[in-house]
Ligand binder design. Structure first.
Ligand code: ADP
Ligand code: GLC
Length: 483
C-alpha cells in the first residue's frame, strides 16, 4: 500500500502541539509496517540548517492561486526504510518566525499559505513517480485536499486519483476565512454550498475535508462520539452525523523511542519502575531549575500546555489558589494567551516557594517536567486525545485528568478499576472538582503501597504505535477496497 501523508507540522522538523508528534510517529510506524510512505510538509525557517540531509528534488511547483501564479520547490529527505519526507519551499509563505502566527496574532495570509500548501499536496500526489493509493491529510490546513481531489477525479480528468482520508486532531480549529478566500482554490463556484466548503457564508477548510474525504478519523474513540453532539461539534456536528458511517476514532500512540526514561538525552538520570532513584534526582534538579526549594518529600505537580481555553487553565488557576496552602509544589511550562501567561506568572510571584511558571516553548524542559513530577495535571475542557497524560504515565507522573475525549479513554481511575488504576479522574468542569482531585492526590502521595501500585500501572501502560498503526492500516485497507 502506498500512502502520502500531509501535515502543516511534523516532529522533529516543526511543532506547536501534539499534531506534529502524531504525524511524525505515524509516518515512521507505517513505513516500518512495510507501506510505502511519503509525507508532505512546509519547509519552515531553520529546517534546512538543522537537517543537512534534505536535498532538492526534480519536482517544481508553479500553481494558480486565485488570480496569480505561485512558484515553489520540493526538497526531500529519505528517512527510515520506505519513508520520504517532501518539504515544500515557498519562502514568502513559510520562511517566517512562526508556523501560524506571531505574538498571538494569526498571519493575515494564512488562507493563501495553506490553500497553496494543499494544492502542492495534490500536485505531489499527481506527479510523484510512485503514485500513492491514498492521501492522508491532517487538520484544517490541508482540509481542502479531499475537495481538490474530488474535483480532479470527477470533473478534471484524473479518474485514477487516490482515495482520501482526513484526520481531525482538533475540531476547535477549522480554518474559516471570508468568502473571497474561496477564489484562491480556483475551483468552480458550485462546491461553495453548505454540503461542501461553505459555512455560514464563509469558507471552511475543515468542512471541505469532512464533506469530501472517503474516510474520516479522529484521535480517540470518545472524541469520535463527542463531536457528533452540539456541545463538542463546533457547528459541524450536523455534517459529521451525516458522515458518521465513515468516521472512526483511533487513539493516538506514543513514540517510546523518544519518550523514554532510560537513555533520554534530555534527562540527567535514567530510571525505571524497579529503581526510582533517578526519578528522585530528576525531581530535585527540576526544583532547582524552576527556582523552587529542593524537597524530595514534597509532592510536585506539573503541567505543560498551550495556554488556550481548551486546556482548562482557568479552573487550574482557581484550584491552585485553593490548594497551594497545602504542602505541595506546582510547575508550569506553557505559552499562548498573554492573559493566561500573566496569570501563571502572578501565581508564581504570589507563592514563590510553591509555584513556578516558565513561559515559552522548551522541548528538553518538557521531558524534565514529566520525569521530575509526581503528578501531572490535565484539566482540559475538551481533549481530542492528549499526549501528555500518556507521556506522564510512562515517566511515573500520575495523571490527574478531566474525563473528556482521549483523557477518558487513556486513564483509569480507581473507581473504575482498582486493579488497573493509573490516574485520577474528575468530571465536573470546575476549580472545586479539580481541587478535590488534587486533594486525592495528596492523600495518595502519603499512602506508599497504593502510590507504588498506581506507579506500576502507570509506567507499564502501553500506548505504543503497533496497535494504532494496525488500526490505521485496517481502515486504509477498507477504504481502498470500497467502490
Ligand atoms: P495539543 O496538541 O492540544 O497541544 P497534546 O497533549 O496532544 O496537546 O500535545 C502537546 C504536545 O506539545 C506535547 O508533546 C507537549 O509536550 C508539547 N508542548 C506543549 N506546550 C509546550 C511547551 N510550552 N514547551 C514544550 N513542549 C510543549
Ligand atoms: C490536537 C489535540 C490533542 C491531540 C493532538 C494530536 O492538537 O488538541 O488532544 O492529542 O491534536 O492528535
Amino acid at each position: 500500500m502506498k500512502v502520502l501523508l500531509a501535515s502543516s507540522e511534523v516532529h522533529p522538523y516543526s511543532k506547536t502541539g501534539g499534531l506534529a508528534d502524531v504525524v511524525g510517529a505515524l509516518a515512521k510506524a507505517l513505513a516500518k509496517e512495510g507501506l510505502q510512505v511519503g509525507l508532505a510538509t512546509p519547509l519552515y525557517k531553520g529546517i534546512l540548517e538543522k537537517f543537512p540531509g534534505i536535498h532538492p528534488s526534480d519536482l517544481r511547483i508553479d500553481l494558480p492561486l486565485g488570480t496569480r501564479r505561485v512558484e515553489g520547490e520540493v526538497f526531500q529527505l529519505e528517512g527510515e526504510s520506505g519513508l520520504t519526507v517532501y518539504f515544500i519551499r515557498q519562502s514568502d509563505f513559510f520562511h517566517r518566525a512562526g508556523l501560524y502566527q506571531e505574538t498571538g496574532a494569526d498571519y493575515p495570509d494564512n488562507a493563501e499559505r495553506f490553500v497553496f500548501f494543499s494544492k502542492c499536496v495534490m500536485h505531489l500526489a499527481r506527479h510523484l513517480a510512485w503514485q500513492p493509493d491514498l492521501i492522508h491529510v491532517h487538520d484544517w490546513q490541508v482540509g481542502l485536499v479531499p475537495l481538490l481531489i474530488k474535483h480532479a477525479k470527477e470533473r478534471a480528468g484524473w479518474g485514477t486519483a487516490p482515495k482520501t482520508c482526513l484526520t481531525i486532531h482538533n475540531l476547535a480549529y477549522q480554518g474559516v476565512f471570508p468568502r473571497s478566500a474561496y477564489e484562491l482554490t480556483n475551483l468552480p463556484e458550485d462546491y461553495f454550498h453548505p454540503g461542501g466548503a461553505e459555512f455560514y457564508g464563509r469558507m471552511n477548510c475543515l468542512k471541505a475535508g469532512i464533506t469530501c474525504a472517503d474516510l474520516i478519523t479522529t484521535v480517540s474513540p470518545r472524541y469520535a462520539r463527542e463531536i457528533l453532539t452540539e456541545a463538542f461539534g463546533g457547528g459541524l456536528d450536523d455534517v459529521l452525523r451525516q458522515r458518521q458511517r465513515s468516521l472512526v476514532g483511533i487513539l493516538n500512540g506514543v513514540d517510546y523511542t523518544e519518550w523514554k526514561t532510560t537513555g533520554n538525552p534530555f534527562l540527567n538520570n535514567s530510571f525505571a519502575l524497579r529503581n526510582l532513584r533517578g526519578k528522585e534526582a530528576e525531581k530535585l534538579s527540576l526544583q532547582l531549575t524552576m527556582g523552587l526549594p529542593q524537597a524530595s518529600d514534597r509532592p510536585l505537580f506539573g503541567s505543560i500546555c498551550r495556554l488556550v481555553d481548551q486546556k482548562g487553565s482557568d479552573i487550574l488557576l482557581g484550584a491552585l489558589v485553593e490548594m497551594l496552602a497545602a504542602n505541595m509544589q506546582f510547575v508550569l511550562l506553557g505559552s499562548g494567551s498573554p492573559l493566561l501567561e500573566k496569570a501563571f506568572q502572578n501565581l508564581a510571584r504570589r507563592y514563590p516557594d510553591k509555584a513556578a511558571a516558565r513561559i515559552g516553548y522548551d522541548h528538553p524542559l518538557s521531558h524534565r517536567i514529566e520525569a521530575g513530577c509526581d503528578f501531572y495535571l490535565m484539566p482540559s475542557r475538551f481533549e481530542p486525545c492528549g499526549l501528555n497524560q500518556m507521556y506522564s504515565l510512562r515517566y511515573g507522573a500520575i495523571p490527574i485528568v478531566r474525563a473528556t475525549g482521549g483523557l477518558d479513554d487513556s486513564i483509569i481511575d480507581l473507581t473504575e478499576d482498582l486493579e488497573q488504576a493509573n490516574g485520577i479522574k474528575f468530571y465536573e468542569y470546575s476549580s472545586r472538582a479539580l481541587a478535590k482531585a488534587i486533594r486525592k492526590a495528596l492523600v495518595l502521595y502519603r499512602e506508599l503501597p497504593l502510590l507504588r501500585h498506581f506507579r506500576k500501572n502507570a509506567m507499564s501502560a502501553d500506548f505504543s504505535w503497533d496497535r494504532t498503526t494496525a488500526e490505521y492500516v485496517d481502515v486504509y485497507r477498507r477504504t481502498l477496497a470500497a467502490a
